[in-house]
Design a protein around this ligand. Structure first.
Ligand SMILES: C[S@@+](CC[C@H](N)C(=O)[O-])C[C@H]1O[C@@H](n2cnc3c(N)ncnc32)[C@H](O)[C@@H]1O
Length: 264
């Protein structure tokens, strides 16, 4: 199977042409359904029921293409008052094996609601195919700063200082709340897609779920964030995208990837 390229077409149709058990990880950031009201790709279904039935089809194909020890990450958000993702999660977790629910903490709020808290997160539903999923917790540790290490080393409860130092220098385990700032309009990374995800966030998903040479598949590639992350981390990748303009953006970006924004 040819990898490291973008397939132009509908996700479910293109996924159906791929061999079973080929991808180690699937990172899917599908249309949300009527959250981005000005984007034709997000308003293409008449009813939520139509949208959910469409999701059933592409997720079923994705799970077929996933390896038995692979993980599938599916992005979703509640929008202003829309909440179709809650129905989608309920439905998908009845059809497939639930693995985790990640909160992507965007670090800043994104809506001016007056009658409730300002929304600040999106969700990533994680599903596995089999009982044992490949997951590298060490690859996504968060480093302690030098000052914190210095303070922690003064804790006299730990007698073996060298072992304690090595432990601290490895960094702490990341929680399932991933805090990565969303991209601002003027961000260096932004390249013309209204729903572009931060490279740093996608890199964490790639790092925890795959090793070098593994295949990462993104059925809704958009501006190519997953492909850029996979290429940088020496994974093979495959993307599907319906809009030729976004394919052009992604291909240009792959030729000349910018550095990711700094984390908060
Ligand atoms: C939420 S965006 C993905 C953004 C991407 N994660 C990024 O960082 O740029 C969803 C993408 O799905 C594409 N899309 C919509 N319907 C599709 C379909 N049926 N098959 C494949 N792609 C589709 C849209 O054109 C849009 O680029």
């Amino acid at each position: 199977m040819k990898t490291d390229h973008i397939l132009h077409g509908d996700a479910a149709t293109e996924l159906a042409k791929l061999p079973a058990a080929a991808a180690q990880a699937i990172i899917a950031d599908p249309p949300y359904f009527n959250v981005l009201e000005n984007e034709a790709w997000d308003t293409q279904w008449k009813t939520a029921a139509d949208y959910l039935a469409w999701c059933d089809a592409w997720v079923r194909e994705s799970m077929r293409v996933l390896r038995d020890d692979g993980l599938a990450f599916i992005f979703g958000q509640l929008g202003k008052r829309e909440h179709t993702f809650l129905h989608l999660m309920s439905r998908l977790t009845q059809q497939h094996q639930f693995h985790d629910l990640i909160i992507w903490d965007r670090a800043v709020g994104y809506d001016e609601r007056r009658d409730s808290f300002t929304p600040q997160y999106e969700m990533v539903l994680v599903m596995r195919k089999g009982e044992k999923a490949k997951f590298n917790k060490d690859a996504v540790r968060i480093p302690y700063d030098a000052k914190t290490i210095e303070i922690y080393l003064k804790d006299n409860r730990y007698k073996d200082k060298e072992a304690r130092k090595a432990h601290l220098e490895a960094g702490k385990f990341a929680t399932n709340i991933l805090r990565v700032p969303s991209l601002k309009g003027n961000s260096r990374e932004k390249c013309g897609h209204p729903s572009q995800k931060p490279l740093q966030l996608i890199e964490k998903l790639v790092l925890c779920s795959t090793g070098e040479g593994d295949l990462v598949l993104d059925p809704f590639l958009g501006s190519g964030t997953t492909a850029v992350a996979a290429k940088k981390l020496k994974r093979r990748w495959l993307g599907i995208e319906k809009d030729p303009n976004y394919i052009q953006i992604a291909e240009k970006r792959l030729e000349n990837p910018s550095e990711p924004e700094l984390a908060l």
